[in-house]
Ligand binder design. Structure first.
Ligand code: SF4
Length: 154
């Protein structure tokens, strides 16, 4: 039995409401980055943890805490989510730190494939920047121009 942990991107889950359906679906179906495990070896998803947010000046120094939380439960392999691998500017520093600190851990880059990585990146950029569809903000509330759903109109 392979005990698997997943390290995800905090922003995609916390801000963009990603429920990691692609990660878990590929794990259940033993597809994507999970297809290389031996067919007769059951996969046990021990846990999921996220990076803790963009570290800026701290760099990769605290990523070990996240990995350690999974290592404490005896994981054999750690998958960095595909979002983290595709989007994170700290990816290489994270990988270097994790491989240095946990030399016996199997580290896998990714969880699921992307059908169109460029379209994915463009979509994420828009979700974060909200240029095409202007979001409401606190200023809309302050300046009394908030749009409410019909049942909430006062
Ligand atoms: S550090 Fe990377 S993985 Fe973590 S929230 Fe920022 S972009 Fe996502």
């Amino acid at each position: 039995m392979a005990k698997v942990g997943i390290l995800g991107c905090d922003i995609t889950t916390r801000e963009l409401n990603c429920v990691m359906v692609g990660c878990f679906g590929n794990l259940r179906g033993r597809e994507g980055s999970f297809k290389d495990y031996p067919e007769d070896e059951p996969l046990d998803l021990v846990g999921v943890i996220h990076c803790g947010g963009c570290p800026t000046a701290v760099g990769s120094d605290r990523i070990w805490q996240k990995v350690q939380a999974l290592v404490d439960y005896g994981i054999d392999s750690l998958h960095l989510s595909s979002c983290l691998i595709q989007l994170c500017p700290f990816k290489d520093a994270f990988l270097e730190t994790i491989k240095r600190d946990y030399p016996n851990l199997k580290v896998v880059e990714g969880t699921h494939p992307f059908h169109d990585p460029d379209a994915f990146k463009a979509g994420i950029k828009e979700l974060i920047s909200q240029r095409a569809v202007k979001p409401q903000t606190m200023n809309d509330l302050v300046f009394k121009r908030m749009k409410l759903p019909p049942e909430k109109e006062v």
